[in-house]
Design a protein around this ligand. Sequence first.
Ligand code: GDP
Length: 204
Amino acid sequence: MRDEFARKLFAGPCDFFWGSSRIDNLPPQSRREVAFVGRSNVGKSSLINALTGRKTLARVSQTPGRTREINFFNLGGKLILVDLPGYGYAKASKTLAAEWQTLIFSYLSGRATLARALLLVDARRGLMDSDLAVMELFDKAAVSYELVFTKSDELAPARQDALLAEAAAEARTHTAALAEMAMTSSRTGSGIAALQGQLAAIAL
Ligand code: GDP
């Protein structure tokens, strides 16, 4: 059963095995990869930890000096979770830092094993200019991506529905955006099992 497979997959081992700060230093391509990306503070570490049932997995990558790295985690030998550096620090929220764009675009466009990117968006804020810029980057790299809202516990259900409808309308105008979306809260666990199921389907 698919649900059982997903549960077991995410309950099993998940180990950090590679960090790349330069595009010429990526691990060899093996299993399919799912990349996590979003604005700094969007809740990316919390989401990766919630999905894998760990408290500190993603924080391994967050020691100072390593925050600009692409970090690779091996999920049970079946799927690779890729933690991309955050974007949109402080006031430079409208445009993406050139260095960030270069690293991310090189990874996105040269990675045959990359099955899907998850673009994390804070549900309280909705899609911001920098998120839209990243969507365009994904379109250009022709990498399928899914919008994953975080911190849904901060938003009333009716507003969640409105946000999903608005995001779906935006996604339809982007060539590489998937219709599939997720509304999650790492705090309450809402939407986590559903997202695990979506990702497990990629590992099958
Ligand atoms: P990252 O910088 O994207 O890795 O974000 P973190 O996972 O470190 O989280 C950033 C902040 O958002 C922290 O203060 C978290 O406690 C908070 N946060 C993360 N996930 C949730 C959530 O599901 N709900 C709420 N309310 N806050 C969250």
